[in-house]
Design a protein around this ligand. Sequence first.
Ligand code: GDP
Ligand code: MG
Length: 177
Amino acid sequence: YAEEEHSQDYLFKIVLVGDSAVGKSNLLARFARDEFYSNSKSTIGVEFQTQKMVIDGKEIKAQIWDTAGQERFRAVTSAYYRGAVGALIVYDISRRQTFENVGRWLNELNTHSDMNVVTILVGNKSDLKDSREVSMEEGKALAEVEGLFFMETSALDSSNVATAFQTVVKEIYDILS
Ligand code: GDP
Ligand code: MG
């Protein structure tokens, strides 16, 4: 088929990092399957999901890795980061401590990854307006200082979830193509 002649294989490994319970697994569940889990069971599952996307008419496979809860013990291994070209560093806008820990995750990422990883800072749970502890401006400011993309998302109401993943994939594609 003509379609196949034009299709080129792009496979981008993208990792999800950030403190426990910020919503990493649910961001992936929302993006890949349009599902949401009100408890944390979603963490127990596959180590990555592959999502097909089309950019500039090219088919791209985003292989998105999720932790299996190791982040709770600060035990995310270098194998997790190996070969990653993109990352989402996620915090919870309703828990300030998860934002304070972003720097630690950035260090982890820089230590374990062998190349420049396209990274977006993601303030998740934007639906929790009444319990917000981190303003959008603070998130933006940190991202600017660290040279990261930035977005607030909600895996619960879906806002900006696809856009966050697509931003990373598009940037990787632009760099590599
Ligand atoms: P992980 O440990 O970072 O993978 O976090 P989970 O995806 O397991 O989510 C932890 C908890 O936060 C679960 O109870 C989710 O239902 C909840 N959660 C995840 N994303 C959101 C969100 O965008 N809004 C709200 N209100 N809750 C969320
Ligand atoms: Mg999880």
